[in-house]
Design a protein around this ligand. Structure first.
Ligand code: BGP
Length: 484
């Protein structure tokens, strides 16, 4: 029995900066990803002052999708993909972000890539800002700390909607907009909003940049509705369920505030207003956030059509006597070390990068979103980063990846069948090995397709099919009915 409607969007997701390469080709300008060095497992990436010769910048070449896209999309087609989520590198269209005119060569690149997707019956699902803002906007404006970036983003979005009208039906504004609530981890503020200088009041600045991005997002939603009424435009939230560590009411209240601080962004996107608890928090903290009545009205007009979210893991949180309300802001992040109000969950195992594995958490996530917002949902990222071993005959037996995905897809099926959630699609992360966003590694692999390139940047870039390639093809063929 098939579990999903025939047009369910099975597919895969990536981001331009993590696979395209060609960082200075076709008139492209440098993005913030182009000044981030390779880190490692547990070793954060460094942000350099401009591009410095001799440093290892893994996104400069990535897997050179810029020249290999026909071959790669053909492989996605072979698996039967119905959807391919990627992003438009803003710097291919506006190399500096504040340019008066778009770069035709960049626009033409995406025209051809989207056409290629349609040749295989694959629907492009496109993110406008996926950790790759123009570096110039970071150095000249401090990114979204400056309200002028709202207009630059709107201009970029309008150019894309006009150009790709009829070719792109599903849009998303900002990738994982809420991850910066873990600031002052500088690289989050840089990735989500190109905020290079986090100053001496980083939390206040984080809220200001976030509000400016939410206004920019609402303006893009409005523009999309005007320009292409047949398209759907959504938001993208990094969702990790935050479980209370115990049934102590204090832990439960902590969990409530954990959700507030991590997910208020979704209230703005889906309800069109900043929730009262966030206004009160700003007051209590003495934060002076610049948000005019006119901007509040814009937020109301920019309600999204669906909610996209990424799901990799869950966290547990416990109240601390010395800190009466949750502060993810002070907490550690996986792979960098857990601290603050995030506590280990004894029921879950973790990946080699310390990410807790929790398939049932995906069903929880789908229910959490649906009961709060009553909007169509799309799982736009879910996947398993692992070290893969290539056998002498060139094959890769990645049964661990299949196990991870199977359990998550089962949980997704339960959410649809038993809980009645309205789900548009599932684009796993990432169908082909690419550069890791958090660590800059190549050896943290997610793909069904192996790419011959290692952390040091060595390899032929040759593509080959892993065991999971054939498994996922079968899952799509049976529309989720056969997962073994
Ligand atoms: C999400 C990002 C992606 C992607 C993924 C996996 O946070 O939206 O860009 O990279 O996580 O993370 P990583 O690449 O760090 O393993």
């Amino acid at each position: 029995m098939a579990h999903f409607p025939k047009d369910f969007l099975w597919g895969g997701a990536v981001a331009a900066h993590q696979l395209e390469g060609g960082w200075n080709k076709g008139g492209k300008g440098p993005s913030i990803a182009d000044v981030m060095t390779a880190g490692g497992n547990g070793i954060p990436r460094r942000i350099t002052d401009g591009v410095i010769e001799g440093e290892n910048y893994p996104n400069h070449e990535a897997i050179d999708f810029y020249t290999h896209y026909r071959e790669d999309i053909a492989l996605f087609g072979e698996m039967g993909f119905k959807a391919f989520r990627t992003s438009i590198a803003w710097t291919r269209i506006f190399p500096n972000g504040d340019d008066a005119e778009p770069n035709e060569e960049g626009l033409a690149f995406y025209d051809d890539m989207f056409d290629c997707c349609h040749e295989y019956g694959i629907e492009p699902v496109i993110t406008l800002q996926h950790f790759e803002m123009p570096y110039h906007l970071a150095t000249e404006y401090n990114g979204f700390a400056d309200k002028r970036c709202i207009d630059f983003f709107e201009r970029f979005a309008r150019v894309c909607f006009e150009r790709y009208k009829g070719k792109v039906k599903y849009w998303m504004t900002f990738n994982e907009i809420n991850n910066q609530s873990a600031a002052p981890i500088a690289h989050h503020m840089l990735q989500e909003g190109a905020v290079l200088n986090i100053g001496d009041k980083p939390e206040e600045l984080m809220y200001q940049a976030s509000i400016n991005e939410l206004i920019a997002s609402a303006k893009a939603v409005k523009a999309c509705h005007e320009i292409d009424p047949d398209a759907m435009i959504g938001c993208m939230i990094a969702f990790c369920p935050l479980y209370a560590k115990t049934c102590d009411p204090k832990d439960q209240m902590e969990k409530t505030w954990a959700d507030h601080k991590r997910y208020w962004y979704c209230d703005v996107h889906a309800k069109g207003r900043v929730p009262a608890y966030i206004f009160r928090y700003w007051e209590r903290m003495g934060f002076n956030i610049d948000l005019s009545d006119e901007e509040i009205a814009i937020l109301k007009e920019g309600i999204v059509d669906y909610i996209g979210f990424s799901y990799y893991m869950s966290f547990a949180t416990a109240a601390r006597d010395d800190n009466p309300e949750f502060n993810f802001y002070e907490a550690g992040i996986p792979g960098v070390g857990q601290a603050g109000d995030i506590v280990p969950n004894e029921f879950l195992k973790t990946t080699d990068w310390g990410w807790p594995v929790d398939p049932l958490g995906l069903r929880y996530a789908l229910n959490w979103f649906y009961e709060r917002y009553d909007q169509p949902l799309m799982i736009v990222e879910n996947g398993f980063g692992a070290y893969d071993k290539v056998e002498a005959d060139g094959s890769v037996d990645d049964s661990y990846r299949i196990d991870y995905l199977r359990e998550h897809i089962r949980a997704m099926i339960d959410a649809v069948e038993k809980d009645g959630v309205n789900l548009l699609g599932y684009t796993m992360w990432a169908p082909i090995d690419i550069v890791s966003a958090s660590s800059g590694e190549m050896d943290k692999r997610y793909g069904f397709i192996y790419v011959d390139k290692n952390n040091a940047g060595e390899g032929t870039l040759a593509r080959s099919r892993k065991k999971s390639f054939y498994w996922y093809k079968h899952v799509i063929e049976t529309n989720g009915a056969e997962l073994d």
